[in-house]
Design a protein around this ligand. Structure first.
Ligand SMILES: [Zn+2]
Length: 479
């Protein structure tokens, strides 16, 4: 009998080693990155100190292992993160988990009620990290390490569900003479966030992308359990953020509510390790949650973000029931830093800066856009020699994710889905750095907030160059 047991144990070890090699494994964990009270909340034009935490901020981490290659995906509840933070977090991850820096994707959700992880140098590829940035980098690395600790045999599926009703393009054509003069004394062809319900609106200047794309991971089936518990769902939706938080509050916005709602819907409270939902920002530089065609009603704090989050979570949880699961997925990644140029500050713009600053404080109020943009443009003119614009492509079986470090327009995300070498593809924005808005050349011509120097950081051809680089990288990851 003993000999039989010994043989059986040996045989099953052999089997499990075999399956470890071919079988996908997945693990997921969250790290709390909530700042201290008093930290500066960013998102508006002027930062203010946090006086309350409504809900905790997290770095949500997913690690996949195909037996040969590991990749990690991390989404942080931040407005954005500086490139140097991503570099440091990936250095720590490589040190503690052995996953190469090129194989780790780190992005921000774009919640407007978080402390800044952008640091003091906006128009610079490298900076010395602040205490909070160092803390976030360490917490990201801890989260990835914990996800590695939880790696277990897994099945994977790709899903999509259209949820168009929460998305509105926020750049509008208006009737002749109705677009107000911009801070530079010029009139744009479109207005960002025009008055909702105004009779002066004609039509939006761009599209929305209704698709929530998601990657679902569940524990591999066993003899006892035909359907394993869900490990994680990594999703992306092209919605800027929702907003509407209480005064001075820290909050993960709809992204946090979505993750909580999905967890409630698809997992049991007893499940251990716990299920981790992740919501990344797709490409939403020009798409938000304001229905401009109608006047806006008043809402209680958190009411609208909860409404959007719960609705998207319900639709994703329904779509999960129709997925086709696989137990293998080849993993690969490619990371590149592009030699894009910063937006040029020409002489005319510099004289506008000087004129504007000469007027302060005599005629301009503290909250007026003129001086804010004058200060930004001066810093942009003194930008670092290189942008080192980071782009990345991850291959997860037949799925491909492309990243951009900008508030990327929806058209760019739709173009990636169309041109990508993999049919199941989507983009994640605000990854590995913060490089301002990324209008397409057509939108540069239309003007508006997202194209103003200081809101836009990169050269007008940047969106074309980033798109082409992503397509090239996606082709390089094909078999
Ligand atoms: Zn934004």
């Amino acid at each position: 009998m003993m000999r039989f047991i010994a043989t059986w144990v040996l045989f099953s070890c052999f089997l499990s080693n075999q399956s470890l090699y071919a079988q996908l494994r997945a693990g997921a964990a969250t790290s709390n990155i909530t700042p201290e009270l008093g930290a500066e909340v960013v998102g508006g034009f002027l930062p203010f100190p946090a006086t309350h935490v409504h809900d905790e901020l997290h770095a949500r981490c997913l690690v996949l292992d195909d037996g040969n290659t590991k990749i990690a995906l991390v989404v942080c509840d931040l407005l954005g993160l500086h490139r140097s933070l991503s570099v440091e977090a990936r250095r720590l991850i490589e040190e503690s988990s052995g996953i190469p820096a090129s194989h780790v994707m780190i992005s921000a959700t774009h919640t407007h009620s978080a402390a800044t992880a952008l640091g003091p140098k906006r128009y610079s590829s490298d900076e010395t990290l602040t205490d909070y940035q160092r803390f976030v980098a360490r917490r990201i690395a801890d989260g990835v390490k914990r996800a590695v600790n939880l790696l277990r045999p897994a099945e994977i599926a790709f899903g999509q569900v259209d949820v168009p009703e929460h998305l509105f393009n926020r750049r509008w054509f208006m009737k002749e003479g109705k677009v107000p003069v911009n801070p530079f004394g010029k009139i744009d062809k479109v207005k960002m966030n025009p008055p909702a319900g105004s009779a002066d609106l004609i039509e939006p200047a761009g599209e929305t992308d209704p698709t929530v794309s998601f990657i679902a991971l569940r524990e591999a089936r066993t003899e006892e359990k035909q359907e394993g518990d869900l490990i994680s769902i990594f999703s992306a939706y092209s919605l800027h953020y929702v907003g509407g938080v209480g005064d001075g509050a820290i909050s993960a916005d709809y992204y946090g509510y979505y993750c909580d709602a999905l967890k409630r819907l698809v997992s049991s409270v007893e499940s251990d390790p716990t299920f981790v939902a992740i919501m990344a920002n797709g490409t939403s530089g020009d798409v938000n949650n304001i229905n401009f065609a109608q006047p806006r009603g008043r809402k209680l704090p958190y009411e609208q973000m909860r409404y959007v989050a719960e609705d998207v979570a319900v639709k994703v949880s329904t779509a999960i029931t129709k997925l086709t699961w696989q137990s293998e997925a080849k993993l690969a990644a490619a990371y590149r830093e592009l030699d894009l140029k910063w937006r040029v500050v020409d002489e005319a713009l510099m004289s506008w800066v000087q004129e504007t600053e000469a007027k302060v404080p005599a005629t301009l109020g503290k909250n007026e856009l003129g001086p804010i943009y004058a200060a930004r443009i001066k810093r942009l003119a003194a930008a670092s020699p290189e942008t080192k614009t980071p782009v990345q492509v991850l291959r997860i079986g037949d799925i491909c994710i492309g990243t951009s470090p900008c508030e990327t327009f929806t058209e760019t995300g739709l173009e990636f889905k169309q041109r990508c070498a993999f049919k199941q593809s989507f983009m994640v924005e605000l990854a590995h750095g913060y490089y301002g808005y990324l209008p397409t050349p057509r939108h540069f011509d239309l003007g508006g907030y997202e194209t103003w120097p200081g809101t836009n950081y990169l050269e007008p051809q940047a969106s074309v160059k980033i798109s082409d680089a992503l397509i090239e990288l996606s082709q390089s990851l094909r078999d």
